[in-house]
Design a binder for this molecule. Structure first.
Ligand SMILES: Cc1ncc(COP(=O)(O)O)c(C=O)c1O
Length: 382
C-alpha cells in the first residue's frame, strides 16, 4: 500500500466504523468518564494528540514505527480467522515461555493487554490514604494518577541531575519510609536514563512486608542493562511490568505482563476479567522466541538516536543523554510553545513535565522521520 501509517489508520477507520457506531462507542466512554481509570486521557495512554495530517511525523508517544516483527505479523494473520474462539491455551503457552526466559515459575507471570492496566491495579492495591506512592520527577505520571484514585498521597523525588539523571533511591526511601509503593521506571520515562541495579537492590533491601517496589521495565529492551527478574525469582517484594508496546512495536495490539511472587500478584490480579486478545498473545509470543529481535531493533534505534545526538552536539543544543527511544531536549522556550511550532511543520513531539518546563520529550522515529525533525528544528529554535 502506497500510504504512510497515519493515512492507513484513517482509511481503515473509515471503512470499519460508521459515524453512528462511533458515536455510540463515544457515548459509552463518555458515561464512564467519572471513573478516573477509564477516562479518555487514560485510554489514550497520556499521549493522544487527535487526528494529525497524513504526512505528519509522529514522535510524541515513544512508539516503534517499525511495528510488529515479520513473524508476529505472519502468525497474527494466521490466527485472525480462528479468533471466533477464546483460545486461552495460546495465552498459557505464552506465559510458559516468559517464565522459562525470565527464570521464574509460570504462576509468577500474569499476561495483560499492555502494561497500563497492571500498573494502575498494582498501585491501587498497595496504596491508600495511609500508604503513599513515591516516584521520580520527572517520571511516568500514570503511577501517581492511579494513587490519586484511591486517595493516596504521592511524593515526587527529583532525578539526580549530577549523576546522569538516575533515580535518587535514598531520597525516595527517606521521603516516606512507610510508603506502600516505590515506583521506578528503568530506563526512565521521560528521561531515558538508567538507575543501576545495585541501587535498586538497596531500596528493595529496605522494604517491609507491606511495601513493594514496582519496577516498570517498559523500555528495558532498548538499553543494554540487566533485567530485574532475578529480584522476582528471589521472592523479593518486587512487581515487574513489561510491555510489547515499545521495542516490539505492538502498542495498538496490546500485550504485556506483570511478574511477581504469587501472593503479590493475587492482590491486584483479582480485578482481571478473563480472555486476552489472541492476536496480541501469539504475536508477542513469537516475538520473544526470536532471540535476534531485541539486539537488532535496539541497534537500529540506537543508531538513529546517536545520529540525532551528533546533530544536536554540532548545533550546540543541549539534551539529556538517553539510552532509550526518547530523549529530553532543552528547547529554551516553554515546551508547549515548541510543540505548537513543530506542529506547524507537521512534526508532533511529546509532552513536557512541570519540573523541566523548557525540556520537550522527543521520541526516536525512523531515520527518515528524524531527518525531517532535524530539518525543522533549527527553524523553530531560531
Ligand atoms: C513507563 C511506561 N509504563 C507503562 C506504559 C504503558 O504502556 P502500554 O499500556 O502500552 O503497555 C508506558 C507507555 O507509554 C510507559 O511509558
Amino acid at each position: 500500500m502506497n500510504m504512510n501509517s497515519n493515512e492507513q489508520v484513517r482509511q481503515a477507520l473509515k471503512t470499519s466504523f460508521s459515524r453512528r457506531s462511533f458515536g455510540r462507542i463515544a457515548s459509552v466512554v463518555g458515561a464512564a468518564s467519572a471513573l478516573p481509570i477509564l477516562n479518555e486521557a487514560a485510554l489514550a495512554q497520556l499521549s493522544s494528540i487527535g487526528r494529525i495530517p497524513a504526512d505528519a511525523i509522529k514522535i510524541n508517544a515513544n512508539e516503534n514505527p517499525l511495528g510488529p516483527s515479520a513473524e508476529a505479523l505472519e502468525i497474527m494473520h494466521k490466527f485472525t480467522p480462528l479468533a471466533g474462539r477464546y483460545l486461552y491455551e495460546e495465552t498459557f503457552d505464552f506465559v510458559k515461555t516468559i517464565a522459562e526466559q525470565e527464570g521464574v515459575k509460570p504462576d509468577y507471570v500474569r499476561p495483560y493487554g499492555g502494561s497500563s492496566l497492571p500498573l494502575h491495579h498494582v498501585v491501587m492495591a498497595y496504596t491508600s490514604p495511609e500508604k503513599s506512592l513515591v516516584t521520580a520527577d520527572p517520571g511516568y505520571e500514570a503511577a501517581y494518577r492511579a494513587a490519586q484514585t484511591v486517595g493516596a498521597k504521592y511524593h515526587l523525588v527529583p532525578l539526580m541531575k549530577d549523576a546522569g539523571y538516575k533515580h535518587d533511591v535514598k531520597a525516595m526511601y527517606e521521603k516516606d519510609p512507610n510508603a506502600g509503593v516505590y515506583y521506578i521506571c528503568n530506563p526512565n520515562n521521560p528521561s531515558g536514563t538508567v538507575t543501576p541495579m545495585n541501587e535498586i537492590e538497596w531500596l528493595v533491601g529496605k522494604l517491609k512486608a507491606d511495601q513493594i517496589l514496582v519496577l516498570d521495565e517498559a523500555y528495558i529492551h532498548l538499553a543494554d542493562i540487566p533485567f530485574g527478574s532475578p529480584l522476582v525469582a528471589a521472592d523479593k517484594n518486587v512487581v515487574i511490568l513489561r510491555t510489547f508496546s515499545k521495542l516490539y512495536g505492538m502498542a495498538g495490539l496490546r500485550a504485556g505482563f506483570a511478574m511477581a511472587r504469587p501472593d503479590l500478584l493475587a492482590k491486584f490480579t483479582k480485578w482481571n476479567s478473563g480472555a486476552l486478545p489472541v492476536t496480541a498473545m501469539v504475536g508477542a509470543h513469537v516475538s520473544i522466541k526470536n532471540a535476534k529481535l531485541v539486539p537488532e531493533r535496539r541497534e537500529i534505534i540506537r543508531n538513529v538516536r546517536e545520529d540525532v545526538f551528533n546533530f544536536l552536539d554540532k548545533k550546540g543544543y543541549s539534551y539529556i543523554p538517553s539510552v532509550s527511544n526518547k530523549f529530553m531536549l532543552d528547547v529554551k522556550m516553554p515546551a508547549k510553545d515548541f510543540a505548537a511550532k513543530m506542529a506547524s511543520h507537521k512534526i508532533y513531539v511529546g509532552r513536557a513535565w512541570p519540573a523541566m518546563p523548557t525540556l520537550s520529550r522527543i521520541s526516536v522515529g525512523t531515520k527518515e522521520e528524524m531527518a525531517k525533525f532535524k530539518e525543522a528544528l533549527p527553524k523553530v529554535m531560531g
